[in-house]
Write a protein that binds this ligand. Structure first.
Ligand code: BG6
Length: 469
């Protein structure tokens, strides 16, 4: 057996979900609508988020399954619209009570709650007042953060501010959170981004002020960017894309200042955000205790040619990378892809972890990684998802190798704990360890079924890692 380095004691073996994708109960007990509830233009044939996996009503059964899986941690998000239905108005005691019940249930089973404060589901009422384009949303988020810390601060030790802020900015239309591609729209987008960075800094500062034992961090989607070749022009394009996609977000979160390459990219195009007086000190006041990151696969880019061919159509908007005159996305010939066209790069996971840890020297918490597939529920009630086991085993192996390279990894929470509705590809694209029996439009009984990966992951957790032949 090949030796794999040990993980840190108390390693947080977990799994992830997000509120709007798993809960359902979209208007239950005073919940207000979020931008996800108001979303139009979902791809034809895919469901909306009104029922999802009905976790809102079945959380006890779900937590019992997570406990049986052996999870040490569960990463989920709180729906802002349950706590403050219109985003900045009165609090909703019933919504607040739901998360008390969920957190208590987790703690009773010895599962550490890891809470995302905001996962793509801005209150629709705030959106109608300008959303993140308005500075008032920064205040609304800071107030919401204070409510969460007041309510759950004695029970929750790990907090994540904003899920995949970078994907909301770069691929907002695929997630139902942003639109158009004009210069004006881009300028507004980076102003929104600036406001989210301010909101995040305020939440981190408030957390440290009020909850000295808690830990908080950002949760972007971070992946290493490969140059298509050793040509210096390709290397430069990869460096530019990495600054625009990764470091723009993490440099501000960690150091309180913009990355110089990303800032130059913004200013050259005239799309840099406007700083109000005091913004710089707000950004500098928020410091994370760790970096949470979602990893799916690396990207590969080449020097731009300057034309529309710089934007490479990878079949799905989220995998399509490229910007005319900046970098050109290309497929990586060394990687295989999933049924949904996502490249698979477990070694890239190790490379990414080393790169991020080397840059920032903060512990890393993996908050997403996983394989979306069309799983099949057999007549005998089994689900044979060996492809998911292969995917996760290779990623965990490389995570352990990264730990052996000196990277401090706090935990691993693959996506997703149970099946839920994909951000833009419906309920048929499944990621969970637990199958939820529903189709896009036929809800059936929403029964929970343990997949093969459930039993396999339980074994991985019990052994504190994967076995290598
Ligand atoms: C991440 C998100 O982008 O990837 C999740 O944080 C999302 O919300 C996950 O569901 C998988 O993406 P998709 O599009 O396959 O659901």
């Amino acid at each position: 057996m090949t030796h794999l380095p040990p993980l840190r004691p108390g390693f947080l073996w977990g799994a992830s979900t997000s509120a709007y994708q798993v809960e359902g109960g979209w208007d239950a007990d005073g919940k207000g609508p979020s931008v996800q509830d108001a979303r139009t233009g979902l791809p034809e044939g895919t469901t909306d988020f009104r029922v999802a996996s009905d976790h809102y009503h079945r959380y006890r059964e779900d937590v019992a399954l997570l406990a049986e899986l052996g999870l040490k941690a569960y990463r989920f998000s709180i729906a802002w619209t349950r706590v403050v239905p219109d985003g900045d108005g009165p609090e909703n005691p019933d919504g607040i009570a739901f998360y008390h019940r969920l957190i208590d249930e987790l703690l009773a089973h010895g599962i550490e709650p890891i809470v995302t404060m905001y996962h793509f589901d801005l209150p629709q009422a705030l959106q109608e007042k300008g959303g993140w384009s308005s500075r008032a949303t920064v205040d609304a988020f800071a107030r919401y953060a204070g409510i969460l810390f007041r309510e759950y601060g004695s029970k929750v030790r790990y907090w994540l501010t904003i899920n995949e802020q970078n994907m909301m900015i770069l691929h907002g239309s695929a997630m139902g959170v942003a639109g158009e591609d004009t210069i004006e729209a881009k300028r507004d987008l980076y102003q929104q981004n600036h406001h989210m960075l301010l909101a995040q800094a305020r939440a981190m500062a408030l957390c440290h002020e009020t909850l000295p034992h808690a830990k908080i961090g950002p949760a972007p989607n971070i992946v290493s960017i490969y140059p298509a070749s050793s040509a210096p022009e390709d290397v430069l394009a990869a460096d530019d894309f990495s600054a625009i996609r990764n470091w723009l977000y993490l440099d501000v979160a960690v150091h309180g200042r913009y990355n110089p390459t990303a800032w130059a990219y913004l200013t050259k195009r005239g799309i840099q955000p406007v700083f109000a007086e005091g913004d710089q000190s707000v950004l500098a006041s928020g410091r994370p205790d760790f970096i949470a990151l979602n990893y799916y696969a690396t990207h590969t880019v080449a020097a731009p040619s300057g034309g529309s061919e710089d934007v490479n159509d990878m079949g799905d908007e989220l995998f399509t990378v490229g910007e005319a005159g900046v970098y050109r996305g290309v497929p990586n010939p060394h990687l295989k892809a999933t049924d949904f066209g996502a490249e698979i790069d477990p070694a890239g996971f190790r490379i990414t972890l080393r790169e991020v840890y080397g840059r920032y020297r903060l512990p890393l918490l993996i908050t997403e990684n996983g394989l979306g597939a069309y799983d099949v529920l057999e007549a005998d009630g089994t689900v044979h998802d060996g492809y998911r086991i292969d995917y996760l085993a290779e990623h965990i192996r490389h995570l352990q190798l990264a730990a052996g390279d000196g990277v401090d990894v706090l935990g691993y929470c693959p996506w997703s704990a149970i099946d839920l509705v994909s951000t833009h590809q419906g309920a048929s694209k499944r990621y969970g360890f637990v199958y939820v029996d529903r189709d896009e439009f036929d809800l059936k009984e929403l029964a929970r079924v343990r997949k093969d990966s459930f039993f396999w992951y339980r074994d991985v957790i019990a052994r504190n890692g994967v076995r290598v032949p």
